[in-house]
Write a protein that binds this ligand. Structure first.
Ligand code: NOJ
Length: 548
């Protein structure tokens, strides 16, 4: 068993975690101040979203210089101090690495603009117009065409994301060599691993065919997701960087089926340690569309999670487990109840996640039940994806009130408001003005919550410890019960002679279910479970883990 299979990962969105210099933006010294807090939570690995030099069009996912820390976060000396301080506390650090694209401010792109014969021109995906139009009909994930025309070259460049984020050409071996050299630079500094941004998109079909648009997913992604050479490229990364440096790695693998995810993560293939997949957080995409008011059926959520549990185990792959990250709304607001049953909801999601097979991730603030931002006007948003989607919705005829409502439910900005440390102004995040302002002051914060023995934080603490000491949670088989039950999610883990059952009531109503003999209650998000012979009464959002 690898150490990271038993460990819990904590995701930090540095911009919103802790500001130490009053400029309203979280920074490295702020993270260092909070390491004791993370050690107390028990996590063993931190994933830091990008902090490299960047114009910030996509909050750091648009990198202009891979070798330096952006001054808003600090500098390399601060970063080395963070590594040392984390390592002293038994915490490892995984950096975010974005190599599908760069910022258009990166000097490679600036060079590539200079002419078709510039050596860096081929570092990007430039194509001639076809009949005076873009080379194909692919869409950018940030709305509109995925191609941008540059009159001086009479060519288009591909950008699967924002137009200031041109895609790199992985067929170019000099580009690959530059990327591996840069990854080794960070390895030499002492990082422990990498989270690889949209890594399954790096190999495009060289013919760039039009997509069919038969479903909302036929928007080009059929020709670049898990593309022709992606496994070769990742194996090359493994040979050059991940293997020699004993890195832990997680690939962001959107729109990827189970058999592909197994290829990426089965250790025998020497690619990645684990996979982030997103089918379960698309369960509320009505008709496959993100920008809709969505509802979900528990049976769908259970089916997706269960398929991934059994499928990955059968093929020797490894899941990364999560409900939210910096690209998702808050899970308690999205799937459960962030009002009256806020704490129960947060604990339910934690329990269901930590009972599954895979490596669990906590996104900053989940451990204190932070909820959606619920912005009421478009000018409260800064996220390019959300703002573009809003304008797209209006031009598609959706009225403004509905567009705002959809953003309140689906926008990733919801989970980017600053971490709530205490009840002082701006929740102790900054002494200045936060870069992103919450609309209302929330009475949930670390200071008010973590000392209660029944807190969400204490619940997570216990789960994190259980993962370290109970092999059944890591290695046990998974079995789903009652797949059609729209209220209760029941599953079991089994290893040798041991069996653990998880039952979670995803509704606000009491549910009565039959159940086997209980040997021991391991976790309950209410004080005492209500058993009566072979029956259990689950209160609103009650979740129980028990030995049976
Ligand atoms: C995935 C990242 O998580 C997201 O925040 C970013 O916008 C895109 N990749 C593009 O890099």
């Amino acid at each position: 068993m690898a150490w990271w299979q038993k460990a819990t990962v904590y995701q930090i969105y540095p911009r919103s975690f802790q500001d130490s210099n009053g400029d309203g933006i979280g920074d490295i010294n702020g993270i260092i101040q909070r390491l004791d807090y993370l050690q107390n939570l028990g996590i063993e690995l931190i994933w830091l979203t990008p902090m490299y030099v960047s114009p910030g069009r996509d909050n750091g996912y648009d990198i202009a210089d891979y070798y330096h820390i952006d001054p808003i976060f600090g500098d390399l000396t601060d970063f080395e101090r963070l590594l040392n301080e984390a390592h002293k506390r038994g915490i490892k650090i995984m950096m975010d690495m974005v190599v599908n694209h760069t910022s258009n401010q990166h000097h490679w792109f600036q060079e590539s603009l200079k002419g078709k014969d510039n050596p860096y021109h081929d570092f990007y995906l430039w194509r001639d117009p076809v009949d005076g139009q873009a080379p194909n009909n692919w869409l950018s994930k940030f709305s509109g065409s995925a191609w941008e025309y540059v009159p001086a070259l009479d060519q288009y460049y591909l950008h699967l994301y924002e137009k200031s984020m041109p895609d790199l050409n992985w067929r170019n071996e000099h580009l690959r060599a530059e990327i591996f050299k840069m990854m080794q630079f960070w390895a030499d500094l002492g990082i422990d691993g990498l989270r690889l941004d949209v890594i399954n998109n790096i190999s495009k079909d060289k013919h760039f065919p039009n997509d069919t648009f038969q479903t909302p997913s036929d928007d080009g992604r059929n020709f670049y997701t898990n593309g022709p050479h992606v496994h070769e490229y990742i194996h090359e990364m493994y040979e050059k960087v991940f293997g020699p440096n004993q890195f832990v790695t997680v690939g962001e693998l959107s729109s990827t089926p189970i058999d592909e995810a197994i290829r990426y993560t089965n250790p025998a293939r020497e690619e990645l340690s684990m996979a982030f997949t997103f089918h379960h957080v698309k369960v509320d995409y009505t008709g496959g569309k993100k920008w809709t008011l969505g509802a979900y059926r528990l049976s769908d959520l259970k089916r997706i999670l269960s398929d991934w549990q059994t499928g990955m185990a059968a093929g020797g792959g490894w899941n990364a487990l999560f409900w939210a990250n910096h690209d998702q709304p808050r899970a308690i607001s999205r799937f459960l109840d962030d009002g009256q049953y806020r704490d129960q909801s947060a604990k339910l999601l934690a329990l269901v996640e930590f009972g599954l097979q895979g490596t669990p991730y906590i996104y900053q603030g989940e451990e204190i039940a932070m909820k959606n931002a619920n912005f009421t006007a478009i000018d409260q948003y800064q996220d390019a994806e959300s703002i573009n989607a809003y304008h797209q919705m209006l031009s598609d005829g959706i009225d403004e009130a509905l567009a705002i409502k959809i953003l309140q439910q689906k926008s990733r900005e919801n989970c980017r408001i600053p971490m709530q440390w205490d009840q002082t102004a701006h929740h102790g995040f900054t002494t200045g003005t936060p870069w992103l302002m919450p609309v209302v002051h929330d009475n949930y914060s670390v200071a008010t919550k973590i000392h209660e023995p029944s807190s969400v934080f204490a619940f997570y603490q216990k789960l994190v410890q259980m993962r370290k000491t109970m092999p059944i949670l890591i290695e046990g088989d998974y079995q789903l019960f009652e797949p059609e039950d729209e209220a209760v999610y029941t599953y079991q883990r089994h290893l040798d002679t041991e069996t653990i059952r998880v039952m979670a009531n995803f509704t606000g109503q009491t549910q009565v279910r039959t159940m086997p003999n209980v040997k021991e209650v391991l976790m309950d998000n209410y004080e005492q479970p209500q058993f009566d012979g072979q029956q259990i009464t689950l209160r609103p959002y009650e979740a129980i883990m028990m030995r049976v």
